[in-house]
Design a protein around this ligand. Sequence first.
Ligand code: 76R
Length: 258
Amino acid sequence: MEHQTSEPTATQQAAETLDGWYTLHDFRRIDWSRLKQVETTVRTKMINEFQTFLAELGQVEEQKEGSHALYTIIGQKADLVLMVLRPTMEDIQAVEVKMQKLDLYDYLIPTYSYVSVVELGTYRGSGEGNPYENPYVRDRLYPILPKSKHICFYPMSKSRRDGDNWYTLSMEKRKELMYRHGMIGRSYAGKIQQIIGGSTGFDDWEWGVTLFANDILQFKKIVYEMRFDEVSAKYGEFGEFFIGNRLESSELETHFAL
Ligand code: 76R
């Protein structure tokens, strides 16, 4: 008896990703009431120690062995975020441990953190040859973070609801949808820089989205516009949003002045 060809199963081809530097977003609240009890000279010393730490991170960035960014956070979810990128998760942890040993960090209370790895999708193909040797790809996988005035961070997943399950869509369909997503994204060229961190298996959501802009209103515009695009409208599920302003190391004395 002729063997019947089996029906295509619901299992779809997984998207291939290119993975770059590991990433930690470390959100902290400033414990002002305790900090107010610290003598000015002691506080200044703590800030200087923090500035030395930031200068060390700056040296790593100059060697192109990682990158970091310090921003304030507006609203009550946190007061500061330090975003750090490093080649390995061990390097990430080393920065985390070093940071936690700083005297100032006795007064910076953890409120949220996010762990991911810089990810590029290959829905548009990954070009000729080894993509990890392509300079354009390398610049995006191992990015030196922009010095933009503002940051926006939020975690998100793609839905697995019956009817709207991203993970049961065919590769062809996902490619088509991601193409449209990319086109919207590109219309923000020069206004928004985005870093997508893949976090499936690493943290509670599937991606961490970090956006940088000099005009803070562009965050609202791009996120709103994407909400009408099928990828986000039907399949996007979002966590908490954090936005903030760039905080230079040289501004820390003023920022912490009482
Ligand atoms: O064109 C390309 O080469 C890149 C295409 C591209 C991919 C594969 C792209 C472009 N993104 C991709 C993947 Mn994106 N992105 C988001 C958000 O709030 C929302 O609704 C969504 C949050 C924003 C604002 C954004 C911006 N992107 C992804 C993925 C992984 C999906 C997967 O693999 O299933 C997510 C979760 C995601 C989410 N995207 C762009 C942007 C911008 C600005 C671009 C254009 C960037 C450029 O061309 O340089």
